[in-house]
Write a protein that binds this ligand. Structure first.
Ligand code: ARG
Ligand code: ASP
Length: 695
């Protein structure tokens, strides 16, 4: 008996050590399937991904390309995060109908709100097309020749792929270009807003709690997919009907306990787990710090205006959240890289790699990779840092400069003929028009003054008093006409004159230099990836995230953030009340929620101890893009909604450490409780399939 126990301990030890990874859903058979089952899963690889029968993957949709969502009813009800639907909720909001502040609930199909530009995209099937993509690609070619061969092959494969006329295809590189997969996709473009809690629930804790545990955010919103009469993708139309999915996720009312199996199924955006030490050093010591400083300065201006003026608060809510999110992430990432000794550990691995090359007599093939990296990254540093700062200042934080950037692109388009110009013109007109709804020139000018000095010593804020582009009317006038007229007009404008030399420098110097060196780095990285897998084969290799559908799995589990501390994996409504600060912009609690708390009126959503769970932690390896991903139990039921990671593990995009990397999920019982008890939107609960798998 004792012996068996020891053996078991060994087995589970080696299993917990082996964690992390975002796996390709069509390749789960074998290692992943076994590992999942050893963690408690009852699912087979086919339950998760199947081409011939409906499977879990048919319930998962890429939400607008940046988040994940899942179908939770036979009528196309779609669940995602509040922060994923934030742009839509915000765009329907005004001072009269402040859905950000008060929430929004459609009480009938008719009240569901259309969202132009938003889509939900499903994966029909996945195929390994590596051999065909790399056919004819040989070492003797230059990187440009290789890429053009790869592009040619990819086009041919896509043309030859059998698919329905409303479906699309896409080919993506995996393992740094050592493997390629084809995706057949189906994109639904009529996705309507159905429900959103007030920000005091959906964004509870806001920036203070963002990236942090313990967490108490009800980060969810609800949409619905509409299709044409044949259930196929269609542009918005009044005649469209609720979509019937191939599969929708049943919702578990039994919740989770520490140790339970969880799987997160979604579209992680991008990770870089196989970078050399020198690259991680550059990112954390050069790129992140200057970008953090730029955003910090911009946020300071924005925050002040937002707190003093309700109109500005609504106008800038979405922009502020986007900028604040990665500002804080980079800070956490830097701390985590340092604390986990990631750079030193990578150097150790690199020494070991070099040593093994010698033993295996592979030095002639791979011996120079690491010194190549050193040389390339040294050359890369000034270009990489400056380009990244340019993007922050000109495209992400200052709106006037961003507009000038698009005008510059339009001017370039004019050089390619009147037709090309017309298209660019229309797109700029559209973007500028919608931007004015949420534009405040004082905020933007303040940001300009705060951040421009971080990019250049030529700062001239007087352009804000001279430019025509701060007026919607004048902007429309300037943009009207043929290419000659429009180009002449914009070149007379003070803001355009100011911005143009910087943008020109970006296009003629920064960007080409960046691309040239980056192409070389990528070529070395591709070889290094291959070499690592060959030379150090006992490591755990999973492909970096690339916005394609992935499965990651683990357990509900707490963690030790610091010496002497342990974080439990579940939070409760009691914790919301502990954090409550009346009237605060981050920690206010709606009266109705307080009343429900006082009455302990949790209905069927309380746990066995009569408490209402809010969020929980898991060891699932997630990243940006996984927001809105379903957390699925051992039987394929929905138990949670992924939305964040913990502060100490934010560096998981470069260095996944199973000891402290955790993903944060909202407990689905809290979501249902809010829909039902708080909002009274019972019609939505009735559509769902609620189950009790543990009873
Ligand atoms: N940190 C989460 C993610 O990366 C949630 C962000 C939304 N919340 C916010 N305060 N910006 O997207
Ligand atoms: N909050 C992220 C998202 O929006 C998820 C994460 O980075 O963990 O996708």
């Amino acid at each position: 008996m004792k012996f068996v126990k020891i053996l078991f301990l060994f087995l589970s030890l080696s299993l917990t050590a082996q964690q992390g990874g975002m796996w390709i859903p069509s390749l789960l058979e074998g290692m992943n399937e076994q590992e999942m089952q050893s963690l408690g899963s009852k699912l087979t690889a086919q339950d998760i991904y199947d081409v011939n029968n409906s499977s879990l993957k048919d319930a998962i949709a890429h939400f607008g390309g940046g988040c994940t969502s899942e179908v939770i009813s036979p009528k196309g009800l779609l669940l995602t995060n509040h922060h994923c639907g934030f742009g839509q909720i915000q765009s329907h909001s005004s001072l009269e109908n402040d859905y950000l502040k008060d929430g929004f609930w459609a009480m009938s199909f008719e009240e569901e709100l259309p969202n132009p530009g938003l889509y939900a995209e499903f994966i029909v099937r996945i195929e390994d097309v590596t051999d065909k993509v790399l056919d004819g690609v040989i070492d003797a070619m230059t990187e440009t020749e290789k890429q053009s061969k790869i592009d040619g092959n990819s086009n041919a494969i896509q043309k030859a792929t059998q698919k329905e006329e409303w479906q699309d295809t896409r080919i993506k590189a995996f393992y740094k270009g050592n493997q390629y997969f084809l995706f057949v996709t189906e994109r639904y473009e009529d996705v309507r807003l159905v429900g959103a809690p007030p920000s005091s629930i959906g964004k509870f804790g806001s920036d203070t709690d963002n990236w942090v545990w313990p967490r108490h955010t009800g980060d969810f919103s609800i949409f619905r997919i509409y299709a044409d009469k044949d259930n196929r993708p269609a542009k918005y139309s009044e005649d469209n009907v609720p979509f019937t999915p191939k599969h929708f996720l049943p919702v578990s009312l039994d919740g989770i306990e520490e140790g339970d199996f969880t799987m997160v199924f979604g579209f992680p955006g991008s990770t870089d787990e196989y970078l050399p030490a020198v690259a991680v050093e550059q990112i954390t010591q050069k790129v992140n710090p200057s970008n953090i400083a730029i955003r910090e300065a911009a946020l300071k201006v924005m925050d002040e205006y937002m707190k003093s003026d309700d109109k500005i608060r609504i106008q800038y809510a979405s922009k502020q959240a986007r900028i604040a999110n990665y500002w804080k992430k980079w800070i956490g990432e830097n701390q985590g890289i340092e604390k986990s000794n990631a750079i030193a550990n990578k150097r150790t691995l690199e020494k070991e790699f070099q040593q093994k090359l010698k033993e295996k007599e592979l030095e002639s093939s791979y011996g120079s990779l690491l010194t190549d990296f050193d040389k390339l990254y040294a050359e890369f540093e000034p270009v990489n840092v400056k380009r990244s700062n340019f993007l922050e200042v000109f495209l992400r934080n200052n709106e006037l400069m961003g507009a000038m950037f698009r005008l510059y692109q339009m001017e370039q388009a004019a050089g390619r003929g009147e037709e090309t110009f017309k298209r660019a013109q229309e797109s700029v007109q559209g973007r500028m028009k919608s931007a004015f709804k949420d534009y405040n020139v004082n905020v933007d000018k303040g940001i300009f003054k705060a951040i421009m000095p971080m990019y250049t010593d030529k700062v001239d804020a007087s352009i804000y008093d001279k430019t025509n582009f701060s007026s919607e009317e004048k902007t429309a006038q300037i943009l009207e006409g043929n290419s000659k007229e429009v180009i002449k007009k914009i070149n007379k404008d003070a803001a355009y004159k100011y911005a143009k030399p910087f943008i020109e420098e970006f296009y003629t110097k920064l960007e080409p230099e960046f691309q040239r060196i980056n192409t070389e780095i990528n070529a070395v990285q591709k070889k290094y990836m291959k070499a690592l897998m060959e030379v150090v084969p006992d490591q755990r290799y999973f492909p970096d995230a690339n916005s394609t559908l992935r499965v990651t799995y683990g357990k509900v589990k707490g963690y030790k953030p610091k010496d002497g501390m342990y974080y439990k994996p579940v939070t409760y409504l009691d914790g919301v009340m502990e954090k409550y600060v009346p009237g605060d912009y981050e920690f206010d609690v709606p009266q109705k929620l307080q009343d429900l708390y006082k009455a302990k009126d949790y209905g069927q959503y309380a746990d066995a101890n009569g408490k209402l769970p809010i969020c929980f932690l898991g060891t699932n390896h997630t990243t940006g893009g996984n927001s809105g991903s379903p957390a699925i139990d051992a039987n394929g039921n929905l138990i949670g909604l992924n939305f964040d990671r913990v502060w100490e593990g934010t560096m998981s995009d470069y260095n996944y450490d199973p000891e402290i990397c955790r993903n944060i999920m909202v407990d689905l019982r809290y979501v249902l409780f809010i829909i039902d008890k708080y909002a009274g939107a019972n019609r939505l609960i009735e559509e769902m399939h609620l189950v009790h798998p543990k009873k």
